[in-house]
Write a protein that binds this ligand. Sequence first.
Ligand SMILES: [Zn+2]
Length: 234
Amino acid sequence: MLQDLEQLIALQGLDAEIALLEGTIATIPGQIRNMEQQLIQAKAALEKATAEVEQLQRLRRQKERDLDEAGRELKRRQGRLFEIKTNQEYTATLKEVEGLKQKISTLEEEILIGFDAIDGAVAIRKQEEAKVRVTEAEFLRYKQAREDELRSLQDRLSTVRKTRQGRSRGVEASLLQVYLRLLKSRDGLAVANTTGRSCEGCHVSLTPQLYNEVRRNEAIRTCEGCGRILYWKG
Ligand SMILES: [Zn+2]
């Protein structure tokens, strides 16, 4: 095989690997961020559940204060019942006493229901706490694994780049320019295999004459469809 062609095929293999490595490397930070998003969501859900518990506890304390206040008020009114002179005032105060008793009963009931609501909210908060713990552990494991992978891909990339640099020095300068231009304009594939009698890059069938020439791998021949440098793999 023509030495230049051999070098170009090797170069193409290395450039394809570089493109693949660069592509994979570029996706890793986004994948880590996506996973982190789940942790952020779990933490937000926990915050919401915690706020709900606190809100219900505040409400309960408020109702307990209201209950104490209503109890004291009831005692005051009940005490006054004995000092009242007129029937009219007595009836009015009795009505107030009944109103306060009703209020106390309602508050007591609401406080009881409130305890159930708090228990429910605390249970939800516990679930969310567990979810955060699990998600955080998963995320840290995932992040570690992807970062290890990233480092090994970067190591491989720098090795391949060095090899590529060495290889490209072995190719004649003007041919290397053609190769690099094609690599850029032809979606990373500058040197195309023609084993199936058509160009691997654009799938145009080769004329019998061109195919015969390419089969020998003894000259630089290019595709009539896309301009890629052709070779025959055998
Ligand atoms: Zn082609």
